[in-house]
Design a protein around this ligand. Structure first.
Ligand code: GLU
Length: 482
């Protein structure tokens, strides 16, 4: 018995939408569940006006980032034009298609006040031939129903009266999505069509085309099983908007989400693994995933939850892996891939790999995204403290006690044993003298040394920077406030 044959068939018209990434993942799960499973990437690039080569690259590289391995492809739909044309000719010969020269205006004028949507079948029996203004329409039944067997939605029934004679090829000869997609799926012997719910209304049309091709070409190929994945919505429970919501998978990669965390999160969009745990190893997700268990209610794409999950994955990395995986954000001059539109705050000469290796465990505990590392550690490498002016004003310039705290710390730190525990103790003591609790006592020191009021654990950072450098910065901050 052969295994499931699935495909991911994106149109390269923009960034790689997170919803598309989820479709690709669910297809991939199905293919990887059985040894004979087969996963194809088909780039549906027939709409030349809307497609761009960079979007194709985006899809291919994002899929490879996510580890969605292919068994064949990427193929280009445009390379199959011959097969699409053969399909058209067979369907003309079988009488399933007819030529139509109606413009939209003409159809509307004929309808008058009748608001029935779609085409009225005017050209069905006019016997028009091929010409510069004739498109090809598919002759659909006038009555009865067609049922889409959807693994997620169950039996979805469509009355033929709501499906008009739709266009399959334009007057230019260009074959449209509905037919090109079916010809390719049929030729690729696709067994499961797994895609977003916006395609559900296409399914009955595509089933009719598939059956018509079977008859016209004299080759019976089993219809695929359908699974239409639930819509992704934002906080307001509205469909994710390309303009307003962060939907580009590429941007998650740039921000430093780990692909394994991203995949885990995508898997939860409409599905959940068994048990209480949401963080689940990939092998378990592959094993447990069932299309029948996918919900048909909209799934909330929750960026906060995704970030939280990423943080968990980041913390689970070994210290060595954390350093290695951070490299594109830390030492982009030495990596093959680097995030788009991001600059590291330091130069190659300023960066110190040995120091970073010691700093890394401190930040690994505190960040969710690898892209947040540079801002948190830049003070270790930059010759001038990267001051945040608002923080500086708050903790030092406009705070007399803060400045006193710095002056006393300079005295104490000159001779204290240089280890984080002793630095901690010294800070508590100096603070007590000024009636400051530890939080208040360390704020001006943190700001003087790191430039801001948030960052990695302070005393460990001081220890790593060394006495000379810390004293220099404490004095520098006092001078700056004068
Ligand atoms: N090219 C279509 C899209 O990107 C494919 C739909 C399908 O999977 O059939 O929406």
């Amino acid at each position: 018995m052969s295994g499931p044959r699935v495909r991911f068939a994106p149109s390269p018209t923009g960034f790689f939408h997170v919803g598309s990434a989820r479709s690709a993942l669910f297809n991939w799960f199905i293919a990887r569940q059985s040894p004979e499973g087969f996963f194809i990437l088909r780039i549906e690039d027939t709409d030349a006006e809307r497609n761009r080569e960079e979007w194709v690259d985006g899809i291919v590289s994002a899929m490879s980032w996510l580890g969605l391995t292919l068994d064949a492809g990427p193929f280009r739909q445009s390379d199959n034009a011959g097969a699409h044309q053969a399909g058209v000719e067979a369907l003309i010969a079988s009488g399933d298609l007819y030529y139509c020269d109606c413009t939209g205006d003409l159809v509307a004028a004929r309808k008058g006040d009748n608001k029935t949507p779609g085409y009225d079948g005017f050209c069905r029996d006019r016997g028009l031939g091929k010409g510069p203004t004739t498109a090809l329409r598919f002759r659909t039944p006038d009555s009865g129903t067609i049922v889409v067997h959807d693994l997620i939605r169950g039996e979805v029934e469509f009355a033929h009266t709501v499906i008009d004679d739709f266009v399959v090829a334009k007057s230019s000869g260009a074959v449209l999505y509905a037919l090109a997609n079916v010809v390719d799926d049929r030729n690729d012997r696709i067994t499961h069509v797994i895609r977003g719910e916006e395609h559900l209304p296409n399914a009955p049309k595509q089933m009719m085309l598939w059956s018509a091709l079977n008859a016209a070409l004299g080759e019976e190929v089993a219809l695929p099983t359908y699974a239409h994945l639930p819509l992704l919505v934002n906080k307001e429970r509205k469909k994710l908007s390309k303009r307003k919501d962060p939907v580009a998978t590429e941007s998650y990669r740039d921000q430093g989400y780990l692909p394994e965390a991203f995949v885990n999160y995508l898997a939860l969009l409409g599905w959940s693994p068994r048990g209480d745990e949401e963080i689940v190893p990939l092998s378990q997700m592959i094993e447990q995933f069932r299309l029948e268990d996918v919900s048909h209610s909209p799934a909330f794409f929750d960026v906060a939850k995704l970030s939280h999950m990423n943080g968990e994955y980041v913390r689970a990395l070994s210290p060595e892996a954390f350093i290695e995986r951070s490299a594109p954000w830390i030492t982009p001059w030495a990596t093959d891939w680097k995030p788009t539109d991001r600059e590291v705050p330091w130069s190659e000469a300023e960066f110190n790999a040995e120091l970073f290796a010691r700093v890394a465990p401190l930040v690994q505990e505190r960040i969710s995204l690898l892209g947040d590392i540079p801002a948190m550690v830049s003070f270790f490498f930059l010759p001038a403290v990267p001051y945040n002016d608002a923080d500086f004003d708050k903790a030092i310039r406009n705070d007399a006690k803060g400045r006193e705290m710095l002056a006393h710390a300079i005295e104490y730190f000159a001779s204290v044993n240089w280890a984080s525990a002793d630095l901690h103790e010294a800070t508590v003591k100096v603070g007590e003298g000024l009636e400051l609790n530890l939080r208040k006592a360390q704020a001006p020191i943190r700001c003087a040394v790191t430039g801001s009021l948030v960052g990695p654990p302070l005393f460990e950072s001081l220890e790593l920077l060394g006495r000379e450098e810390v004293l220099r910065r404490l004095r520098g901050a006092l001078e700056r406030s004068a």
